[in-house]
Structures are given as structure tokens and as C-alpha cells.
Design a protein around this ligand. Structure first.
Ligand SMILES: [Zn+2]
Length: 174
């Protein structure tokens, strides 16, 4: 399981900054503010994402993506529980996989493998099966809001955004 200790902290902070979010570093062993399930899961409060060195990268991306997909007015009111509806949950899972490519040394393959290891549940049995065959609604949801276009417009993210196929379904990640 890839954690923030394994990657460049600044890379993660810069990725979040591109989406108007702040990555707040929490000291080793300290509680993580805004963490729904508790440390080492990342936490969210408003535009801040909290993480420790032992926070899994997929968790950081998941919580950050919850804020990215939230309407700006609602984003500011988010504290700890960012999930609004299943459509947002799915969009969050989809975007977190896509943004894995934006982090040097990470990539979507690693994110999907770690999501499976962490216990995200997908109807088709794995993050990859969902992403490739059952996530059309999530992709459309993001595309309609310009969120995939934004991700793709970043030169650091080599993407084939339009390539993923049909379906729709849940990731129950909290
Ligand atoms: Zn979630």
C-alpha cells in the first residue's frame, strides 16, 4: 500500500493546489482532523485535506476528490463526511483513479490495486473492472462538470479521458 511517505509530499501538495485545495500535514501519531474513519485515513475540512506520512495515497486522493467534485459553496461547509450522494461517490472514485496519473511514482494502476487492497467494494469485483467497464455514469458526471477536462488539461497528466466504457456503479468507500 503506497503511503505519502513513499512519494513526494510537495508533488501531492501541488496537485491539490491546482484544484484550490490545501494539503495540511499532520504529525506522526497525531489524530487526523476531519478523518471519517480515523487515522491513517485522510481528513477533510472545507478546502483543507489532512494527512500523515502513513496516510495511503489512495485515501488522500479520495478525500481530495470529494472536495473537487463538490459545488464550491458546499465544499466550504464540508467537515469530515464529504459524501453527498452515490453519483458524487462514484465520481470521486473515478477521479481519484485518474488523478493517480498526476502524481510522480504513483499512477492509476497503483491506485486501483490499493483501492482493492483497502476494501473499496465494486459490483464487478475490482476497481479496475469498475473503472474500465462500469463507470460510464461517473465519467459522464465528471465530464459534464468539466472536471475531467480540467484534469486532462494539466500537462502533468497524460490521459486518454474519452476511452473508458459503459456502465455505472457504486464504490462504497465512505
Ligand atoms: Zn467517499
Amino acid at each position: 500500500m503506497l503511503t505519502l511517505a513513499d512519494i513526494g509530499w510537495n508533488d501531492a501538495a501541488e496537485l491539490l493546489a491546482r484544484h484550490a485545495l490545501t494539503l495540511a500535514r499532520v504529525a506522526d501519531g497525531a489524530p487526523i482532523p476531519g478523518s471519517y474513519w480515523g487515522a491513517p485515513e485522510a481528513g477533510v475540512i472545507g478546502e483543507n485535506v489532512y494527512a500523515r506520512a502513513d496516510t495511503p495515497v489512495h485515501s488522500l486522493l479520495h478525500e481530495a476528490c470529494h472536495l473537487i467534485v463538490a459545488e464550491p459553496q458546499r465544499r466550504l461547509r464540508i467537515h469530515t463526511d464529504a459524501s453527498d450522494c452515490q453519483a458524487e461517490e462514484d465520481a470521486t472514485c473515478y477521479l481519484q483513479i485518474v488523478l493517480g496519473d498526476a502524481l510522480p511514482g504513483v499512477g492509476r494502476e497503483q491506485i486501483m490495486a490499493d483501492m482493492d487492497a483497502w476494501g473499496y467494494t465494486f459490483r464487478l469485483g475490482s476497481a479496475r473492472a469498475w473503472f474500465e467497464h462500469d463507470a460510464e455514469d461517473a465519467r459522464d458526471w465528471l465530464a459534464q462538470r468539466g472536471l475531467l477536462a480540467d484534469a486532462c488539461a494539466q500537462p502533468a497528466i497524460p490521459l486518454a479521458c474519452a476511452l473508458e466504457p459503459p456502465g455505472a456503479n457504486p464504490c462504497n468507500a465512505g
